[in-house]
Design a protein around this ligand. Sequence first.
Ligand code: ASP
Length: 438
Amino acid sequence: MKKVVKFGGSSLASAEQFRKVGAIIHAEKERRYVVPSAPGKRDSNDTKVTDMLYDCYHAAGRQDISRKIEAIAARYREIIEGLGLELNLDSEFETIQKKFEEQAGSDYAASRGEYLNGLIMSAYLEFPFVDAAEVVCFDEDGVFDGEKTNEVMRERLSGMETAVIPGFYGSMPDGSIKTFSRGGSDITGSIVARAVHADLYENWTDVSGFLVTDPRIVENPATIETITYRELRELSYMGATVLHADAIFPLRQEGIPVNIRNTNRPQDPGTLIVEDTCRQPLYTITGIAGKKGFCAVTIEKDMMNSEIGFGRKVLQVFEENGISFEHVPSGIDTFSVIVYQDDFMKKEQSIISGIHRAVSPDSLELESNLALIAVVGRGMRSTRGTAGRIFSALAHANVNVKMIDQGSSELNIIIGVKDEDFERAIRAIYDIFVLTHM
Ligand code: ASP
């Protein structure tokens, strides 16, 4: 049994947090490959080391950065001393300052957060250190090369019982450092999991898993026990994030499950993310997520349904204006296109006239300030009356439903409401499925 464990920034922000991580790793000998992030915030007013590095790098060449470097070094020293380690990073910081002054690149700068934390983790656990620059490959255009990485990483880790591989970065063919987008240590963890054929990828963070809905809207929402990759994709599209979206792909290739866990509450089982499962979800729905700020462009034309190419011509106008559409609910003689309002607004008049030219509609109407809510759940397929329950809950809560779109997978129902009804609608749906669950 092999587990890859990735720890986020808040799990490694101080010596105290490192100790919790050490205890977690030592609790199971299967936890063999460790992917650390850079030290994150110790409290809500603190600054992440990655942000300190970007800031310091941008100041380099314009001012003396010695004090900024010292502030970063102090963050690491506090951890090293707190753990009672012999490690000394002075020469690393000399190199870093020199490279910053030579403007070695902001990706190089940001990557040092993970690199140095990896050195500390390796010394603390007494696991060998593997520099991600040697095993995570980007091509000459800076695009991540998954297949090459998989080969190089697999080769390097084969025969290694344990290893610490810092997250977030790799290198290009010329050796220069390249990072993933922010939060990218999650991706490194999934790449390592794929390469070593891990049985489980544990992603340790500061929440006990994925919540059924946004805790800013519903107080203390239930935790999702098991969710499929597809359900996760539907919820993440609507803005619910715990795991970097690009982390899913390498895992899907191997069907490796991910367990989201809480470093501060290791007794909690967290959320398991899987390819598929026979386990019935606790509630009919798995999660509810949503976003505000959409706009619906509704076109009406008599006999539209018999006009071949109508939809294509309308969508082409959006395409020509560089606007991607989110949904297209349609009726017999009506056709709506749902778009992000901020993007659409810049092009609205050119799109309106474009549609007139393309399909000569009888009328065209805009409805702005819409929110979309996705109710997602594999359990909806086998349960009758889900839609009925959603709509009666919304009616009771006095929410006017503006749009309904059920995905063909029967995995989700998307509902459009006015922005001002958004929170009320989510609470009503949560209450009917989770609170009154029997
Ligand atoms: N340290 C990087 C960031 O702050 C990457 C990560 O934490 O995953 O985005």
